[in-house]
Design a protein around this ligand. Structure first.
Ligand SMILES: [Ca+2]
Length: 309
């Protein structure tokens, strides 16, 4: 499987990247970065650090440093830390460098090089994807599948707009472009995230696995765990798991989805049309339920667990 990962890393992005980088059968063509959880310069460094930890080489291309319209504000320091990677005190330095090409140009170039072959996994705001669509309107038809983490299916959000999820809240116009140009994409929502945490004993077993990968998971996630009710939430990792092992999706529904761009209380909320009034074809496969044990097995693999024990 050929894959491009678009990320605003981000602690949960880092863990999703680890999951993909641990799979030898995946051909990860590029990682493109953008501003979201933290400014893109930090995102670049965080991706480099994950590549160092996983001892993998994948070219990294910087994308958008701002949403399309809304000025970006740094709002996730309490969860992701001042470095976007949980303020890991013993973080090693990296010698990696960005590729010279802009990340949006990379998306278009690779889509043209491998039309119909690329799985695009978007783990941040959809700014880069939307810009690729505007630069090349045929871009959506050249992507095999777009899987993104973002949005709400029942108006339960996690931002200053109570009904909006962070990635869509960050750049609603970008989400609008994607929802109106991609014939179909797969969505891992905030509500589905809340319904699929790893229970704390599972998490404790993971971070007890010997080696650098589990130590990295624990170090980067420590700050995040202070803010949740003990369970380990998996927004970006669930989206990644659905992309790399589609049979982990147990239940999904095809829906017509739009995003609110103007509401004073609801800007950035994604809305499913359940009526029969809408003539649009369903544009979203909404993931409802996943095989959590299967996702756990992917974590065990990425942390190097000796499963023969
Ligand atoms: Ca993210």
């Amino acid at each position: 499987m050929r894959m491009i990962i678009d990320t605003d890393a981000g602690v949960d992005d880092a863990h999703a990247l680890m999951m993909a980088l641990a799979r030898p059968e995946l051909n990860i063509l590029a990682i493109t970065t953008l501003t979201g959880n933290i400014g893109v310069e930090h995102v670049n460094q965080n991706v480099f650090t994950v590549l160092d930890v996983m001892e993998r080489d994948v070219p990294v291309y910087q994308g958008a440093n701002q949403p399309l319209v809304k000025p970006w504000q740094w709002e996730t320091e309490a969860f992701h830390g001042t470095d976007g990677l949980g303020d890991w005190p013993d973080r090693p330095s990296t010698s990696r460098h960005l590729e010279p090409e802009h990340g949006v140009q990379t998306l278009i170039r690779l889509a043209n090089a491998y039309p119909g072959e690329i799985t695009l996994v978007a783990l941040g705001p959809l700014t880069n994807v939307a810009l690729a669509v505007r630069l090349d309107p045929t871009f959506p038809t050249k992507i095999k599948q777009l899987v993104f983490m973002g949005g709400t299916i029942a108006a339960r959000g996690n931002t200053r707009i109570p009904s909006a999820e962070f990635n869509i809240y960050c750049d609603p116009e970008a989400a609008h472009i994607v929802l109106h140009t991609f014939p179909q994409s797969t969505m891992l929502s905030w509500e589905t995230t809340l319904q699929h945490p790893f229970p704390l004993p599972w998490y404790d077993a993971l971070i007890a696995i010997p080696g650098a990968h589990a130590a990295f998971l624990q170090a980067t996630n420590a700050k995040m765990m202070q803010f949740v009710a003990g369970d380990y939430l998996l927004p970006d990792p669930l989206a990644m798991a659905a992309a790399i092992q589609p049979d982990l999706v147990i239940e999904s529904q095809m829906r017509v989805m739009s995003v609110e761009l103007a509401g004073t209380l609801t800007r950035g909320q994604t809305i499913i049309d359940y009526t029969k009034n809408n003539l649009r074809k369903p544009n979203i496969r909404v993931i409802q339920r996943m095989n959590l044990e299967g996702v756990y097995a992917l974590y065990q693999q990425m942390l190097g667990a000796n499963l023969a024990d």
